[in-house]
Design a binder for this molecule. Structure first.
Ligand code: BTN
Length: 265
C-alpha cells in the first residue's frame, strides 16, 4: 500500500508528538494551508497538514516545488515555546529538519549516499531528493509565535517526466531503490526523530552539530552564495554549530546565515 492510510494517520498521533493530522487529497500548498491555520489563537500543536497532491507547491524564494503523483508533501506547525526552543535557535530549525530527513532516508536506503546541502536540501546520490521551506507566520497576542516547516520528499514519484530544466538535478527514492516505499513508515519514523532532535536543539544543541557536519555535501567545495545583490564566494569548511555555512577566502573566514547557493564545484 503506497498511499497514506487512515491507520498511518492514527499512528502519527498515537506514536509521535503530533496532536492533529489534516489530510487532503488536493491542496494548493500545504504551507499555505498551515499558515492559514496559524491565525487561530488556540491551535493545538504540533500538527501536520498532508496533501496527496499539491497544485502549486512553493519552494524557497519565488521557486515552485514540482512534484508528481507519489511524492510526499506536508507541513508541520510547531509552537517553539512548547518545545523550549528559544528564538535564537529558530534559524537552526531548517538544518535540523534536513539532518533528520537524511537520517530517516538513510534508514530505508542505507546503500545510497545521503547528504545535506545547506541550508535546506537533502541529496541522495548527488541529486536533490527533498526540500524544506520554513516560514514564520505573524504572531501577536493572543496568537503565539509558531513555525511552519514545509517538507517535500520525492518518494514514490518518478523523476523521469520532470520538467527538462530540473530533470538532471533531482531524483526520487523509488527511482533509485527500484521499489515503492511505505509513506506511513517514513513519516512516523521522521516525526519521532524530529521530536527527539528538536528537544536536543532546545537543551543540548552542541550535540547536533557533528551529525550535520558529517552530512554536509558542500564541505570542501568552492561555493558562491547570493544574498540579494551580493555574491559571496569561498571554500566551504562546513556547517557551524549555530547552523551557518562556514566559508574561507584567503585568510578571511565568514559564516553565512542566509542566501541561495548559486554554484558549487
Ligand atoms: C525548496 O526546495 O526550495 C523547498 C521546497 C519545499 C516544498 C514543500 S512541499 C510541502 C510544503 N508546501 C509547499 O508549498 N512547499 C513545501
Amino acid at each position: 500500500m503506497t498511499e497514506l492510510t487512515a491507520d498511518d494517520r492514527n499512528r502519527l498521533t498515537s506514536t509521535t508528538f503530533l496532536k492533529r493530522v489534516e489530510y487532503f487529497p488536493t491542496l494548493v500548498s500545504t504551507n499555505d494551508h498551515a499558515l492559514r491555520l496559524t491565525a487561530e489563537p488556540h491551535l493545538e500543536t504540533p500538527l501536520i497538514v498532508i496533501a496527496r497532491e499539491q497544485t502549486a507547491g512553493r519552494g524557497r524564494g519565488s521557486n515552485h516545488w514540482w512534484s508528481a503523483d507519489g511524492a510526499l508533501t506536508f507541513s508541520i506547525v510547531i509552537e517553539p515555546a512548547l518545545l523550549d526552543l528559544a528564538q535564537n535557535l529558530w534559524p537552526r530549525v531548517a538544518v535540523v529538519t534536513g539532518m533528520t530527513l537524511c537520517d530517516a532516508i538513510q534508514r530505508i536506503a542505507p546503500q545510497l549516499n545521503t547528504g545535506l546541502k545547506w541550508p535546506n536540501d537533502v541529496w541522495l546520490n548527488q541529486k536533490k531528493v527533498a526540500g524544506i521551506l520554513v516560514e514564520v507566520p505573524p504572531a501577536a497576542y493572543p496568537i503565539p509565535p509558531r513555525l511552519v516547516i514545509g517538507i517535500g520528499i520525492n518518494l514514490n514519484n518518478t523523476w523521469k517526466n520532470a520538467p527538462l530544466e530540473i530533470r538532471d538535478k533531482g531524483t526520487t527514492l523509488a527511482d533509485l531503490l527500484e521499489k515503492k516505499v511505505l509513506p506511513g513508515e517514513i513519516l512516523v519514523d521522521l516525526m519521532q526523530r524530529f521530536e527527539h532532535n528538536l528537544r536536543l536543539l532546545a537543551h543540548a544543541p552542541q550535540l547536533l552539530a557533528p551529525r550535520w557536519q558529517s552530512l554536509s555535501v558542500l564541505t570542501g567545495k568552492i561555493v558562491e552564495i547570493r544574498q540579494g545583490d551580493r555574491l559571496i564566494k569561498g571554500s566551504c569548511t562546513g556547517i557551524a554549530e549555530d547552523g551557518g555555512l562556514m566559508l574561507e577566502n584567503g585568510s578571511v573566514s565568514t559564516t553565512i546565515y542566509g542566501g541561495t547557493v548559486v554554484s558549487h564545484e
